[in-house]
Design a binder for this molecule. Structure first.
Ligand code: KIV
Ligand code: ZN
Length: 510
């Protein structure tokens, strides 16, 4: 049996379907580059027909990424498939992933199509997709609640039409491991030419079983797992990439296969996705939670000190946990700065971008003695001082004193014109947001505000996420600074700038 397990990452598509996790084109590019560095085999970059913004994002990822295959999702209709085909055209390696629902409840109540019509639509879809690429994946949406005979029938037909990967999604997270494994085994046994395609699974986590179901399917012969960083995804999320990858690597004796993933990039990927989406990682989350390798009890600490494997089945450094690495200080030069960014995989697009980042680095080094990799990454994500931004923080002052009402004085550049305002609030952050709102008058609703220390120490930068909602659009803004009130103001302005940009999403039903 083939011993490579293909890792198909759908953080940028299914992950983005988590309410509040929408990402800009540039954020998707940053995540895609990290996935490529990790050696993810297939990156599902989005759903090109969903909106112009989604199309542009898929295309940008297809242009930028060379070492992973780039895929776009498409419903089984001609328009979706042609949009997907156009979006992935620049990719060095491409895939179209088309799907249609196959469960009785979805066919009857949602699609209002007969089983014959569903088979016909699926077969036609594969034909259109093959005009663009010879790597075509077919998904039977809600396969987890579909009849096995019907699945065998539709899979036989789409393989005949040219599908190369057959994906079996547990769309609503209803399956349990033994049952799901039996489904995969039966399909591989019964579908003609099953040995000519890769069998894939896509499990949702509604019962907390997404990873267990995916792994059970691997034991039954599946050789592609669809997953996301931090288990992000629709409702309770998808199978988490880091858990699937580390389970297979740690228990090769059981799974008899392995992935190509460079696991040392896992923790940076988790932090990147968490920072961009504003979805914190729970401390006790396997692999990437802050406590995943922390030993609290004396007995455990004693055991680990005597012999690490007494209580550890994986090494923290193998998944990318490193002690904060001191990289630079205020005397570091421009060349050292540029090469460290390159080593971190940060792409600098122009001399102006480098100059502006270097100026920000010097300003940070004046405030903070030791600059770590995490600081550099936050610095590069922070475009709040870019002149192209509609709203930009020019200067600020905050006052907070026992018995006094906290107040904020803020000067903003709005489309290049400076405006000054002073506001009070229940705390300095509240005062800062009120001051900004009194200039911007966005009327947006604040859905989330969270602060995280990027590194350790009281001089660490605070990284703030602000989630705003307006007219049905939800955006996340980020800001980092050694002063958390300034970081908060930057995050709020970053979110306002995203609302300002006109990337409408149509959000079709998936
Ligand atoms: O959950 C699901 O069924 C999906 C498909 C589009 C693969 O996301
Ligand atoms: Zn899904």
């Amino acid at each position: 049996m083939n011993d490579q397990l293909i890792i198909f990452d759908t953080t940028l598509r299914d992950g983005e379907q988590s309410p509040g996790a929408s990402m800009t084109r540039d954020e998707k590019l940053r995540i895609a580059r990290q996935l490529e560095r990790m050696k993810v085999d297939v990156i599902e970059a989005g759903f090109a027909a969903a909106s112009n913004g989604d199309f542009e994002a898929v295309r940008a990822v297809a242009e930028a990424i060379k070492d992973s295959r780039i895929c776009s999702l498409a419903r089984a209709n001609e328009n979706d498939i042609r949009r997907a085909g156009e979006a992935i055209r620049p990719a060095a390696q491409s895939r179209i992933h088309t799907f249609i629902a196959t469960s009785p409840i979805h066919m009857e109540k949602k699609l209002r199509m007969s089983p014959d019509e569903v088979v016909e639509a699926a077969v036609k879809a594969i034909g259109w997709a093959r005009e663009y690429t010879d790597d075509v994946e077919f998904s039977a949406e809600d396969a987890g609640r579909s009849e096995i005979d019907f699945l065998c029938r539709i899979f036989e037909q789409v393989i005949k039409a040219g599908a190369t990967t057959i994906n079996v999604p547990d769309t609503v997270g209803y399956n349990i491991p033994e049952q799901f494994a039996a489904t995969i085994r039966t399909l591989i046994e019964r579908v003609p030419n099953s040995d000519k395609v890769i069998w894939s699974v896509h499990c949702h986590n509604d019962l907390g079983l997404a990873v267990a179901n995916s792994l059970a399917a691997v034991r039954a012969g599946a050789r592609q797992v669809e997953c996301t960083i931090n288990g992000l995804g629709e409702r309770a999320g998808n199978a988490s990439l880091e858990e699937v990858v580390m389970a297979v690597r740690t228990r090769k004796d059981v799974y008899q296969c392995d992935t190509r993933i460079d696991t040392t990039h896992i923790v940076p990927a988790s932090k990147l996705v968490s920072g961009i989406t504003g979805f914190p990682v729970q401390p006790n989350k396997a692999i990437v939670g802050a406590n995943a390798f922390a030993h609290e009890s004396g007995i455990h600490q004693d055991g680990v000190l005597k012999h690490r494997e007494t209580y550890e089945i994986m090494r923290a450094e193998d998944v990318g946990w490193t002690a904060n690495k001191l990289v630079m200080g205020k005397h570091s030069g421009r060349n050292a700065f540029r090469s460290r960014l390159l080593e971190l995989g940060v792409v600098i697009e122009s001399e102006e971008q480098l100059n502006s980042a270097f100026a920000r680095f010097k300003a940070l080094a004046d405030k903070k003695h030791e600059i770590f990799d995490e600081d550099l990454q936050a610095l590069m994500s922070d475009d709040s001082s870019e002149p192209k931004e509609h709203f930009r923080l020019v200067s600020s002052a905050f006052h907070s004193e026992t018995g006094e009402s906290p107040c904020a004085r803020v000067t903003l550049s709005v489309g290049g014109r400076e405006e000054k305002v002073e506001s009070s609030g229940s705390g300095p952050v509240d005062a800062a947001f009120k001051a900004i709102e009194s200039i911007a008058s966005s009327g947006a609703e604040l859905l989330l505000y969270s602060v995280n220390a990027i590194t350790t120490g009281t001089d660490a930068q605070g990284e703030v996420t602000v989630r705003l909602s307006k007219d049905g659009r939800v955006v996340n803004g980020q800001g980092a600074d050694t002063d958390i009130i300034v970081a908060s103001a930057k995050a709020y302005l970053n979110a306002l700038n995203k609302l300002q940009s006109n990337t409408e999403r149509l959000n079709p039903q998936v």
